[in-house]
Design a protein around this ligand. Structure first.
Ligand code: FAD
Ligand code: ZN
Length: 467
């Protein structure tokens, strides 16, 4: 293995091959659930160097784990404990390669941080709509490798819908340039879509061409208090009917999720008193502030008359709007403050969500009395973060050790019974690999394995993840 490390040093420069010192930023995942040991952390500067690294790993039969911002939540971006896997950090490949205003595209390297891509688009008057709480550190390569969702999927789709092309280094170290930025291209299998969502198991994404949109003329944001999840689904329908494609955000939060934010981040002002459910609504308008306000306030009044909402606060400034989003985005940050927890990133047909939550909440209480449900997410996409915190006063880590498997079985059985998915936007990684093997249809798994074997027969890319 020393021979491999030496060859890597020659390929990317000794200072970009890290083998000692504190490497925990690379070797431990964001949730601190997975901690591995890398043979080396390699930080290439460009696609040619990535290609050289992949070829060396293949020649020396070493596994290669691509890593962007290391914000993934399923343990897919850190090496295993063997000390034999090479960690490929894309962090130095963070350039914006160019913006084509007439084609409405932005081309970035894979290590470009999402927020930097949003800012590059905004600097020229455009919107790159992918948005999630980790946007200050996650990268486009990671977003595409996990097909990230976030808060604007309702209107703009997830990362897959926002990507027109990729540059990829294959598992053999060949470079595929698919960056053309075409909106139509029916010349055979869609290779781009194979790599999107492949979680580093098929090749290394080194650059991407992304879709841009015009910046909206105005944005309205509100928090609304609701008596039930049924009311939230009805409000969603009403908002879709009234605002059409102007509805760009629809997030729900249960009482306990916001109470965790209140407890751990008391400095954040909560504009509404506690309610069973709180919805964050966002409207984007291409006309004007006045036009937006007319539609938005009309919607809220109508919802109030129908008894769907009991209270609402409309943001009167960009600052107030940011505060509202900040509350929503603080939920996943408040959870680890409260203690280790069990996360489920599930999706269901929107119509089935209220029934699912009522019956699954009840089943969890019956089986694990006192557990606390942190339930929030992107209701407009049918995607809930249906998480569970240990009972008050019970050691979270011990609770997880003893009950996590049984909790997952209960929740995922209920998801399957409703025709849902056990991974809506976070991916499979290490965390859900075994669950996937049990729950995905044998035919689908067989096709997935065939694709993996065809593109990476030697098993170099992110071994042991997903499949
Ligand atoms: P990493 O964590 O570094 O990697 C993730 C996976 O992609 C790994 O399997 C890795 O091997 C692979 N990978 C990374 N880069 C490449 C590459 N260049 N080529 C090939 N494979 C690669 N996700 C959502 O979808 N929606 C949310 O709303 C959301 N909110 C979040 C909030 C918080 C606070 C946090 C911490 C995470 C959140 N996530 C969310 C999860 C995470 O941010 C996303 O999955 C993100 O897209 C991961 O990007 P990353 O650069 O950090 O990837
Ligand atoms: Zn999410």
């Amino acid at each position: 293995m020393n021979a491999l490390v030496n060859a890597l040093r020659t390929a990317v420069g000794a200072s970009n091959v890290l083998v000692e010192g504190d490497l925990s930023a690379y070797e431990q995942d964001w949730r601190k659930r997975y901690r591995g040991r890398a043979l080396a952390v390699v930080r290439p500067a460009n696609t040619t160097e990535v290609s050289a690294v992949v070829k060396l790993c293949a020649r020396h039969d070493a596994g290669l784990v691509p890593q962007g911002g290391n914000t993934g939540l399923v343990g897919g971006s850190v090496p295993d404990a063997s000390g034999t896997q090479v960690l490929l950090s894309l962090s130095r490949m963070n350039r914006v390669r160019g913006l084509d205003a007439a084609n409405l595209t932005l081309t970035v390297e894979a290590g470009c941080v999402l927020q930097a891509a949003q800012e590059a688009a905004a600097a020229q008057g455009f919107l790159f709509p992918l948005s999630l709480a980790a946007e200050g550190s996650c990268t486009l390569g990671g977003n595409l490798a996990t097909n990230a969702g976030g808060t604007q999927v309702l209107r703009y789709g997830n990362a897959r819908e926002l990507c027109l092309g990729l540059e990829v280094v294959t598992a053999q170290g060949e470079v595929w340039d698919g960056l053309a930025g075409l909106r139509k291209d029916n010349t055979g299998y869609d290779l781009r879509d194979l790599f999107i969502g492949s979680e580093g198991t098929l090749g290394v994404i080194t650059a991407a061409t992304l879709k841009l949109y015009p910046q909206p003329a105005a944005r309205m944001t509100a928090l609304a208090a609701l008596p039930s999840l049924e009311a939230a689904v009805s409000l969603l329908q009403l908002a879709q009917a009234r605002l059409g494609s102007g509805l760009t955000g629809f997030e729900v939060m249960n009482r306990f999720s916001l109470s965790l934010v209140r407890k751990h981040f008391p400095q954040l002002r909560q504009p509404l008193p506690e309610a069973e459910w709180t919805v964050l609504l966002e409207q984007s308008d291409t006309e004007s502030e006045a036009h937006a306000r007319g539609l938005f306030e009309g919607l809220l009044e109508s919802a109030m008359e129908r008894g769907l909402i009991t209270d609402a606060a409309v943001a009167e400034s960009i600052e107030q709007s940011r505060t509202m989003w900040h509350l929503r985005e603080s939920i996943p940050l408040a959870q680890p403050e409260e203690g280790p927890n069990i996360k489920h990133d599930i999706s269901l047909p929107v119509s089935r969500i209220p029934g699912f939550v009522a019956s699954t909440d009840a089943a969890l209480q019956a089986a694990f009395p006192g557990t606390r449900s942190v339930n929030f997410g992107h209701l407009g996409d049918g995607n809930l973060h249906y998480n569970l915190q240990a009972p008050l006063g019970v050691d979270g880590a011990a609770f997880l050790r003893e009950h996590e498997h049984a909790v997952n079985t209960l929740v995922y059985d209920a998801v399957s019974a409703c025709g849902g998915s056990i991974s809506a936007e976070h991916g499979v990684g290490s965390l859900k690999r075994d669950e996937l093997a049990q729950r995905k249809s044998p035919v689908a798994l067989q096709m997935m394995r065939a694709i993996k074997n065809a593109l990476d027969p030697q098993g170099v890319m992110n071994p042991g993840r997903m499949l």
